[in-house]
Every structure is written in C-alpha cells, then in structure tokens.
Design a binder for this molecule. Structure first.
Ligand SMILES: Cc1cc2nc3c(=O)[nH]c(=O)nc-3n(C[C@H](O)[C@H](O)[C@H](O)COP(=O)(O)OP(=O)(O)OC[C@H]3O[C@@H](n4cnc5c(N)ncnc54)[C@H](O)[C@@H]3O)c2cc1C
Length: 432
C-alpha cells in the first residue's frame, strides 16, 4: 500500500506526540506511524494486560543479562511512567547550542507539573522521607505530572493510569487528531527510503502487508532503542552507539507494619537528588509489581515468603556510562561499568541505612540486579544528528531520547517534550 504525507513522524511517545501536536496546531499536515496500538482504559493498571504492552513482556534483555524496559503502544513509554518530572540535561543541551529554558516552562505548565500533593504521600514514603531527612538526604516530594484530584493512590503507575490522573502523550495524540493530524497504528517501520542522500519515505510492515509512506520530512521518534534500529537498517552506521539506559537497582527491606503498604502509594512519591550532581545518582521509594517481584526475590526462603505489602523498597537510579550498543537486528549490548556499580552500590548503602533506622534487620534487606528504563543516546547530538536534530540525510530528523548527549540519570520525559517543542518551532519557522 502507498501513502503520502507532508510530515511523517515515527512513534507516538514523549518526543513524537509532542512534536506531532505542535506541528498540527500550526497547520502542518502530519501523519504519525505507531508500531503499537491504543490500549483500552480497562486494561490500564492491570498486571496481565500491563506486562503485555511492555516490549517482550518486560523481559527485553541485553546480551549480558540487563533488562531494559520500554512499551510499544500509542503514547509509548509515557503511558507507564511514574509521572516524575525533572528538568534534566538543561546545561548539557545549552552547551550543544540548544536553549530549552522557555520550552521547559511551557512543558511544565502544559503537563501540570507540581510537587506531589501531601495527601498522596503515604505512610511508607513519609517514613522513608523522615528517616532520609534525619540522615541529611534532603528528601522532598517528587515533582510530577499527576493531578492530585484524580489520583486514587493505587500504586500502579507503571501499568498505566486508569483514572487519567497522570499525563501521558496519548493526550497529545488526541489533541493532534482534533487538529486534523492522522495516526496509523500497528505499523512497524523497518527502514527509511533514501534517494540521492535525501529521505523520501518509509517502508513499514503490518503483518505480511508492506506499506510505503512518502513524505517531505521524516522524523524518527521511535525511542532511544527504536530509532537507532531504523537508522542502522537505513545505512546510517554511526547510529546505535553511546547507548545509556539510566541503570537502577531496588533495595528491599522486610517491614511488618500493618499500617504501612508502600505498594499502594504513588511510585517514587519523594526523592533525594542530593547526590545527583556530584555522585550521579538519585534515590526514591519504589516497589516492583508483584509479578516482576517474583523474578527478583532472592532465593532465601525467609524472604521469598514475604508478600509485597511487607516490603519497603528504595530505587537508586544512576547516570550510567554510554558504552552500550544497539544493533540493526533489534538487539542491544549493555554491561554496567565499574563506575556504574560504584554508584548503584552507594545508593543501595544509603537505602540500607534508612531501612536499618526503620528497624529492619540487615539479613532482611536485599538488592536487585541493575536494570534500565530510560534508553537513549544512540543518535546523540553532535554524533548522529546536528544541533537542529538533522541527520546527514536531507529531510531526516530524530527527536526522542536517542538524541540526548548523555545519560540524564533522572526522569527524561520533560526534557524530551521540551526538545520536541523546540524542534517544532524551528520547523514551523522554516516554512513561514
Ligand atoms: C516503568 C517506567 C517508568 C518510567 N517513569 C518515568 C517517569 O516517571 N518520568 C520520566 O520522565 N520518564 C520515565 N520513564 C522513561 C520515559 O517513559 C521514556 O524515557 C520516554 O517515554 C522516552 O520517550 P521517547 O519519545 O524517546 O520514546 P517512547 O516514549 O518509548 O516512544 C517511542 C514510540 O515509538 C514506537 N516505536 C518504536 N519502534 C517503532 C517502529 N519500528 N515503528 C513504529 N513505531 C515504533 C513505540 O511503540 C513508542 O510508541 C519511565 C520508563 C519506564 C519503563
């Protein structure tokens, strides 16, 4: 099948949806191609359906055994975010000639970013914050794009939000459609069609059917993993390098207190960013969903017996090195470096101190292996795209986590949305 459009955007996550919405609002003709589908509201917030929209049911693993999460669905990985909003990499992007100060403010307003409301910070998070602050960790409520009036504190942010309290880029896609933009779902983009060093279209597949989509401008927003695969398959060999994932581990402690059930509180309700600049990690309360937890629990019988309601968890998320690689066969390599382990261990040690202050015994504390949830860096600014987010191929751009010059070590959605708004302004200026 052949399709024509003015601007075609691949992916409807943080980067793609924000860009699509801004461009259609300015009157541009936009078509978004999305590999996943819409997920029905009834399937959000449930483990069975939730793990289904994660790539490989949440078991997409590097050759070295590091799990990296992403979802393939309308709204991309924003649908399963914890709603955290932090201004990340502002200075690094400025150094590359991209000043997002205005776009950060616009994005914060649009997404409704505010510190999590006090009434949503439950007893588990409060306990961790209070002890953390006694230990001088400067813990405070996380800034989030969560509407306190709609949040029911189900603790299932990472399976999608049923009540619509949490922003996701699905709302941008809906806005784009109201302004006349089009969306095709279930199409897996394979390559960019290039003629005389100029991008002229895309080749995509839906089952056995092949689609050829012709466009004047093509923007890849298939995520830090997905865009690199398409670029490499299209012959852009330097894509796929410098892969970071913002590695994290979770330290768990067994606390039997009937009044506390951290699992039923918004994930990462509070945060300490005290060590972000100097040591490259942040810490925040977090609990994996039970199905995932089952894989992560250590073999010690006395711990295995405990249900998630008896657990306190603290995530350490680090700014990891960018020595990973993504291949055109949709595989990736990621070995945590010695420095990565030092950061992960430093965070876990602080978590351990908090738990011991809470009365948890050392033998009732365990730490999970490193995993990643923020893939990016694979089409970095200055390497694969220039500081207008253009590739070496005319009319071919990239706008998502893959252009970030280094690991943010912090939630990247706000930065990606701001970057998309910034690119939209540039593209709109080009034609007017
Ligand atoms: C569990 C979890 C919690 C998180 N919580 C937070 C948080 O609280 N705050 C925060 O800032 N960040 C959070 N993140 C990270 C954040 O969601 C991502 O970094 C962000 O969504 C990346 O945006 P993106 O546009 O690069 O990619 P995505 O949002 O992943 O969008 C990429 C889109 O491209 C589509 N796609 C991929 N390949 C193809 C193809 N070949 N053809 C067509 N379409 C394709 C995908 O289906 C997807 O819709 C979290 C991540 C996870 C996994």
């Amino acid at each position: 099948m052949k399709i024509k459009a003015d601007i075609v955007i691949v992916g409807s996550g943080a980067g793609g949806a924000a860009l699509a919405k801004e461009l259609t609002k300015s009157g541009r003709e936009v078509l978004v191609i999305e590999r996943g589908n819409f997920v029905k509201d009834k399937d959000l917030g449930t483990q069975r359906a939730g793990l289904g929209f994660y790539d490989r049911c949440g078991l997409r693993t590097s050759k070295e055994g590091v799990i990296v999460y992403r979802t393939l669905m309308v709204g991309g990985t924003t649908v399963v975010s914890c709603g955290n909003a932090i201004v990340a990499l502002e200075e690094e992007l400025k150094d590359s000639g991209i000043d997002l100060s205005q776009e950060f403010e616009e994005s914060k307003r649009e997404l409704g970013v505010e510190p999590l409301s006090d009434n949503l910070i439950g007893k588990g998070s409060t306990l961790i914050m209070d002890i953390g602050n006694r230990l001088n960790l400067e813990m405070r409520p996380m800034t989030k794009f969560i509407n306190a009036k709609k949040c029911v504190s189900c603790g299932l942010c990472i399976l999608g939000c049923r009540t619509g309290a949490k922003w996701s880029s699905v709302s941008f896609i809906e806005e784009m459609r109201r302004h006349g933009g089009k969306l095709l779902t279930g199409l897996d983009v394979k390559t960019v069609a290039i003629h005389k060093r100029q991008a002229i279209g895309l080749v995509a597949r839906k089952g056995r059917e092949e689609f050829r989509i012709y466009a004047n401008k093509i923007i890849l927003s298939a995520g830090g993993f997905g865009s690199a695969v398409i670029l490499k398959r299209s012959g852009i060999d330097n894509a796929g390098n410098k892969f970071f994932v913002d590695l994290f581990n979770v330290t768990y402690g067994v606390l039997k207190n009937k009044d506390i059930n951290l699992y039923k509180e918004p994930s990462m309700a509070v945060v300490s960013t005290k060590f972000a600049e100097e040591k490259g990690f942040i810490i925040a309360p977090f609990i994996d969903v039970p199905l995932v937890l089952r894989w992560l629990m250590p073999r010690h019988k006395h711990l295995r017996g405990h249900r998630h309601r008896n657990l306190l968890g603290i995530m350490t998320k680090i700014k990891d090195d960018n020595k990973g690689k993504v291949t055109e066969k949709e595989r990736f390599f990621k070995i945590p470096s010695k420095e990565d382990y030092e950061k992960l261990n430093a965070g876990a040690e602080i978590a351990r101190q908090i738990f011991m202050e809470a009365g948890i015994k050392r033998q009732d504390i365990f730490v999970t292996k490193p995993r990643g949830a923020h893939p990016g860096g694979t089409a970095a600014i200055g390497e694969v795209v220039d500081n207008n987010l253009r590739t070496q191929i005319e009319n071919l751009y990239v706008c998502d986590a893959s252009v970030l010059p280094e690991s943010p070590g912090a939630p990247p959605i706000l930065t990606i949305v701001a970057l998309a708004k910034w690119l939209a302004k540039k593209l709109i200026m080009e034609v007017s």
